[in-house]
Design a protein around this ligand. Structure first.
Ligand code: HEM
Length: 417
């Protein structure tokens, strides 16, 4: 006899999801005393789960699939349609290989050099200014880095528009009303911009570096030997550009951590690469970014004496797993030391960018780049410039998604060290 899954009663809890944001799943895991529970979201039955064991089954592709998992409104803004996020099986594996081929050691080194270069140029302009909003500046310098690295031409006049377009895709992923329409408009604009470039590459009118994403994606052949259609190719190039710009959110949280925990800043000044890595892992664990990942049950199966019915929408608690008291000592304490000699066992527990395997799962292919970009940021903020943080509202919400310090971090009196 199978057990009944702990369940939240009521017609629909979409409103609570909006009201509780990052804490929606963790709150219920706590109150129901269970790492898995059933609820209703978006007019359908849904399973929510969190913790290491839950992450292990969530990334088992005999049990879960991605087709039909992302709500339409999220596809229309954040992800785009028919991109790698929505694929399963062999087709996913083949497309994912293309993404992973962009993440070689050499390619990441090129990214880091370009990113350093953009930080240097940005700092030059900050020196003459009274103050800057770090979030805005970071988005710009990351957009320039992203385009250069991906082989996408970007004029300095076009920069502000492109930053705005790309950022609006992640700044209001599940918005309704005018914000949603703004997001859709910006996705259409971005897809048109990139779609035209894809065509130009195919016609030999522009020739980006052959290792660069624009070239690789434009010339990629699917399992039947066909080029991707233009819209899908544009979605995938944007799947590279958009999240690189989104690293600006982690740059804000990195700056916040340096401010909130000055003793860490001091340690970083003389730290080796190992401590730098530990600090960055802790920033990614500690601060909110993606609240959860979504999938659907592939075939009926049983786990822990509960039945998972085919097609049921299932959310994996990313934020809550990163703060799971069963996995982390004092999860609400910021402590980089917790990562000392722990790297091996993190595959399903440190999951701000998804868990499991990169190549044959949906784990974020941009995780290494994200970490490297954060290292460049730490180096600049700790070793290369000095600055002051005037009085401002540095609080961040655990409700609105994505979260970011309210003031977006104003810094002033910027000097080179
Ligand atoms: C997937 C987070 C940066 C490209 C994901 C997923 C998460 C995530 C949670 C989904 C995992 C899942 O579905 O199980 C983040 C965060 C980032 C970031 C917090 C920090 C800014 C990047 C970067 C790139 C990137 C820099 C590319 C250069 C992708 C792609 C996927 C993905 C293409 C889909 C992979 C697949 O479905 O197989 N990311 N990401 N992300 N990310 Fe990232």
């Amino acid at each position: 006899e199978l057990n009944k899954m702990p369940r939240e009663e009521g017609m629909d809890h979409s409103v609570s999801l909006l009201r509780e944001g990052y804490m929606f799943i963790p709150n219920r895991r706590q109150s129901l005393q269970s790492d898995v529970f059933e609820t209703r979201l978006l007019g359908q039955k849904a399973i929510c789960m969190g913790g290491k064991e839950a992450a292990e089954i969530f990334y088992d592709h005999d049990k879960f699939k991605r087709a039909g998992a992302a709500p339409k409104r999220v596809q229309q803004t954040l992800f785009g349609e028919k991109g790698v996020q929505s694929l399963d099986g062999k087709v996913h594996l083949h497309r994912k290989n293309m993404f992973m081929s962009l993440m070689s050691e050499v390619a990441i080194k090129r990214f880091v050099e370009m990113n350093r270069d953009e930080w240097k140029k940005a700092v030059d302009t900050w020196l003459g200014m009274d103050d800057v909003i770090l979030y805005e500046e970071a988005k710009k310098l990351l957009c320039k880095t992203a385009c250069k690295w991906a082989g996408v031409p970007l004029s300095s006049e076009g920069l502000d528009n492109r930053v705005g377009e790309l950022a609006s895709l992640f700044e209001s992923p599940s918005a309704i009303g005018p914000e949603h329409w703004k997001g859709r408009h910006n996705r259409n604009q971005a897809e048109k911009w990139i779609g035209e470039l894809v065509e130009q590459v195919r016609e030999g009118e522009i020739l980006p570096d052959e290792q660069a994403a624009l070239y690789v994606i434009s010339m990629h052949k699917d399992l039947e030997g066909k080029l991707l259609n233009t819209e899908v190719a544009a979605v995938e190039v944007i799947n590279i550009l958009r999240p690189i710009v989104a690293i600006a959110i982690y740059i804000n949280f990195t700056a916040l951590a340096l401010h909130q925990f000055p003793e860490q800043k001091e340690k970083l000044a003389s730290a080796d690469d190992e401590f730098m890595q530990m600090f960055i892992q802790e920033v990614r664990r500690f601060y909110p970014f993606f609240p959860f990942a979504a999938a659907r049950v592939k075939e009926d199966f049983e786990w822990k004496d509960y039945t998972f019915k085919k097609e049921t929408l299932t959310l994996l608690d990313l934020y809550g797993t990163n703060h799971d008291p069963g996995l982390w000592d004092n999860p609400s304490v910021f402590n980089p030391e917790r990562f000392k000699e722990q790297e091996d066992s993190l595959k399903f527990s440190l999951i701000p960018q998804g868990g499991g395997s990169y190549h044959d799962g949906h784990r974020c292919p941009g995780e290494w780049i994200t970490i490297e970009a954060m290292k460049v940021c730490v180096d600049f903020l700790v070793n290369r410039i000095s600055y002051q943080i005037p009085d401002q509202d540095l609080s961040y919400s655990l409700v609105s998604i994505p979260s970011i310090p309210k003031s977006q971090i104003k810094i002033e009196r910027i000097k080179r060290k």
